[in-house]
Write a protein that binds this ligand. Structure first.
Ligand code: HAM
Length: 420
């Protein structure tokens, strides 16, 4: 193994592709920032207990996929596998919910870690942009979040995504359904592990991808038939609000999600160009999570969109983001004196807010012009001894190819004018 190799299931973001990741994070967070969501950042690790209680002892995420460690001081920590439990923990710790301004609306962007079997679109280190609206039960809030995610994806130019929507019921009706489902499942022909799952998390059995299991599930009791009136009414209102916003979705009563904290509204954004790892984002309501981690009753809703898979989805659809060139002006000095002078001009440009770069390393004209081209700069400044003797620099418009001599003292101002 080469020492230059990133750990299994991880990859580095390097230019130029890394620019797409930044643009995706920006595009996903923009609608949130415009809708009253404030930025929150939490540590990359938490006490294991938070996720065990929050995400759920019976989930794959907690039982199989957490990176856990014991510190030298004896603390049991885990690299965060997701953001919701951490964000809620932080909001409670800072008493944000007591400021009298509910819901507390927060957005975040960061790295998450799951020890999963790596494959295309599934990594051990990945990144999400997420949003959580804490402390309010209101179908308009669920609708707002779904609409904002849809808006973000459309703004990026994605078209081949679908929104799957379901309701998982609440603490009144879900236990009744759970029992009915367990009774049904116990009579089926299933392997040991699945039988264990029936007792811990029977809804997850519905999610089993194997055909022989799915075949036996045709007559399984449907959650829809067990939803209480309050849950039904709530779900209808969410559906009506997103429909009125022109957001297209599909009802998917099989959608259960891989985290235990969900109640009522759950949804997933799936992209059809991604193969088996098709979920680009997901979320839902988690009215009981605060109490599960020792807080007060705070009904909440949120989502997280996977940045890695969103980039893969863009690539699958062949969407080219309109990324503006990073550098506007590229300076090419020929000789020591020109290097000093042009370096001064570049500094002046940068201080004036114009993105400028410089041919470092004293390369020849040909190589330096190649770099200028590659930088995407609209203008290059070239100066050699003769130019300096005349007190000018050569200003070249890289689009038209036109070149003209500009007095050195006016170069920065002229560029500022041309670049608007
Ligand atoms: P999640 O469905 O586990 O939900 O993850 C959300 C998104 O993160 C997925 O749809 C996917 O795009 C991305 N993702 C998850 N695991 C991986 C992986 N191994 N490799 C690449 N991408 C991955 C949550 O994390 C919840 N906290 C969402 C939420 C927020 N619910 C309420 N609020």
């Amino acid at each position: 193994m080469s020492t230059f190799q990133a750990p299994k299931g991880t990859y580095d973001l390097t230019p130029p592709r890394s620019a797409t990741f930044l643009a995706v994070r920006e595009a996903i967070s923009a609608p949130l920032r415009d809708s009253g969501y404030g930025y929150i950042e939490t540590p990359g690790f938490e006490n294991v207990e938070l996720f065990a209680r929050g995400v759920g002892e019976s989930t794959d995420i907690v039982t199989k996929e957490m990176y856990t460690l014991t510190t030298k001081g004896g603390d049991q920590l885990a690299l965060r596998p997701e953001g919701t439990a951490s964000v809620l923990r932080a909001a409670l710790e800072a008493n944000l919910h007591k400021a009298g301004n509910l819901p507390v609306k927060l957005w975040y962007s960061g790295s998450y870690y799951r020890y999963e079997r790596p494959q295309a679109g599934r990594y051990r280190h990945f990144s999400q942009v997420g949003a959580e609206a804490i402390g309010t039960e209101d179908p308009a809030l669920d609708a707002e979040l779904i609409i904002l995610a849809d808006q973000a994806y459309r703004a990026l130019g994605l078209r081949q995504f679908r929104i799957l929507l379901n309701s998982l019921g609440d603490k009144e009706c879900r236990p009744v359904y759970r029992e009915a489902l367990q009774t049904f499942l116990r009579d089926l022909d299933l392997d040991e592990e699945t039988r264990r799952r029936i007792e811990i998390n029977p809804l997850r059995v519905l999610d089993d991808k194997r055909a022989d299991v799915q075949k036996q599930l045709t007559d399984a009791p449907k959650l829809r038939d067990y939803l209480c009136d309050a849950c039904k009414a709530y779900h209808e209102e969410v559906r009506a609000l997103i429909t009125a916003a022109g957001v297209v979705f599909e009802d998917d009563e099989k959608l259960v999600r891989g985290l235990d904290y969900y109640t009522r509204t759950t949804f997933e954004f799936v992209h059809d160009g991604l193969g088996s790892q098709s979920a680009v984002g997901g979320g839902g309501r988690y009215d009981g999570l605060s109490e599960m981690i020792g807080g007060p009753e705070l009904p909440s809703v949120g989502w997280a969109l996977g940045v890695d898979r969103t980039v893969l989805a863009l690539e699958a659809e062949g969407v080219e983001l309109d990324l503006p060139a990073v550098t506007s002006v590229y300076a090419v000095p020929l000789g020591d004196e020109a290097r000093r002078v042009l370096f001064g001009v570049v500094t002046e440009l940068r201080r004036a807010g114009i993105a400028a770069d410089f041919a470092f390393g004293g390369r020849g004209l040909k190589g330096a012009m190649k770099s200028a081209n590659r930088s995407g700069a609209r203008y290059t400044l070239v100066a050699g001894e003769r130019d300096l003797a005349e007190g000018v620099v050569q200003l070249k418009d890289m689009e038209s190819g036109e070149q003209s001599a500009v007095p050195l003292a006016e170069a920065a101002a002229e560029l500022a004018k041309r670049l608007g």
